[in-house]
Design a protein around this ligand. Structure first.
Ligand SMILES: [Zn+2]
Length: 341
């Protein structure tokens, strides 16, 4: 396993110090699997100031389609050939088709009746039940032998900087025969890795990170938690790899609890440095992909300039697919690890 980091340095004349020479380090890191690069740069103190979140969410309940008084009235239903009852439920959680679909089977699942839940108040049981409801839908698609039941994806956009347009916590639940770009790229690279090395990339990654320990977080059940060497996020990424399984449908009930528990640990840790937005996505293989290993990625989101709502992805990220991380993942690991000890 090769963790390649290319150290760079910029020299400039500092306007805040009589134009004296200033040396600013940065690093280009290559993802060991795909070779995709991330820039570790724009270093700053890993601490942000949260806005008044009660003020931010005030009034959004009145038009929220996922609140209990509206969810069964204003959300769409599946046609009878997919789900005869129209929607699926698990206690107070509701799953229905996405009104703005990006493929034949994109759905949304609410995480219960509560409109706004501060990140650190989201209970592991609520998240695990959201996953359970999504899996109920995926298993149903398997039962009816739907041709799109190949990759079973769950994503979570939490709060506006993540791209979410609705405050009410909900999951994007998506089954497709077309793996999205990053997943496809990873699966192709993992197949090539297995062909070359005779082993599974993620098994080797966990073993290498565990041995080295400065990006290892801990183990919950059979879920292994790590900070990512070459992250997508401006404040790093964390990943959980589930031992021995390749697809979403192989996740057991205890796995769902363990993934949910680990996610709440990450939320607690990132909350301490003022983070209140994140993306989370499942990266599974199909049931046939022996080279795959189920993993999820948690990626916090920030505003580069909160005062004018500047997002943390600009041309470099959007047009070149190059990410910028404002701290070394090994330093971010220290902030997260407190929760895993
Ligand atoms: Zn709501």
């Amino acid at each position: 396993m090769k963790f390649e980091a290319i150290a760079r340095e910029t020299v400039l004349l500092d306007p805040n110090n009589n134009l004296a020479r200033k040396h600013i380090p940065n690093e280009i890191r290559k993802d060991p699997l795909t070779g995709r690069t991330s820039r570790i740069c724009h270093f700053r103190e890993l601490s942000w100031k949260k806005p008044d979140l009660d003020k931010l969410v005030a009034g959004t309940e009145s038009w929220c389609p996922f609140c209990p008084d509206k969810v069964l009235k204003v959300t769409p239903c599946f046609p009878e050939e997919i789900i005869p009852e129209g929607r699926m439920t698990l206690d107070d959680k509701v799953l229905f088709p996405n009104i703005a679909p990006y493929d034949r089977l994109s759905a949304v699942a609410t995480l219960g009746e509560r409109h706004y839940i501060p990140m650190t108040d989201i209970e592991p049981g609520r998240i695990a039940d959201g996953f359970r409801l999504a899996l109920k839908y995926f298993r149903h698609l398997e039962d009816i032998k739907h041709p799109e039941s190949v990759y079973h994806l769950i994503s979570w956009n939490y709060m506006p900087a993540s791209g979410s347009s609705i405050i009410h916590p909900h999951l994007q639940v998506f089954a497709s025969s077309f793996a999205p770009n990053f997943l496809r790229e990873k699966l192709n690279a993992a197949r090539a890795y297995t062909d070359k090395n005779g082993s599974n990339y993620w098994d080797d990654l966990v073993a290498a990170e565990k041995a080295k320990s400065d990006r290892y977080l801990g183990k919950i059940g059979r879920t292994e938690w790590l900070t990512v060497f070459a992250p997508l996020g401006a404040v790093g990424d964390a990943t959980a790899v589930v031992e021995g399984i390749r697809s979403t449908l192989e996740l057991t009930d205890p796995d769902l609890n363990d993934l949910a528990q680990g996610l709440t640990k990450l939320m607690a840790a990132y909350d301490r440095i003022g983070i209140y937005n994140f993306n989370m996505s499942f990266f599974p293989g199909s049931s046939e992909d022996a080279h795959a290993r189920f993993h999820l990625i948690f990626s916090p989101r920030i505003y580069f300039n909160p005062a004018i709502g500047t997002p943390d992805v600009a041309a470099l990220g959007r047009m070149f697919g190059e990410s910028v991380c404002m701290g070394f993942p090994e330093e971010i690991n220290k902030l997260l690890k407190i929760e895993f000890e």
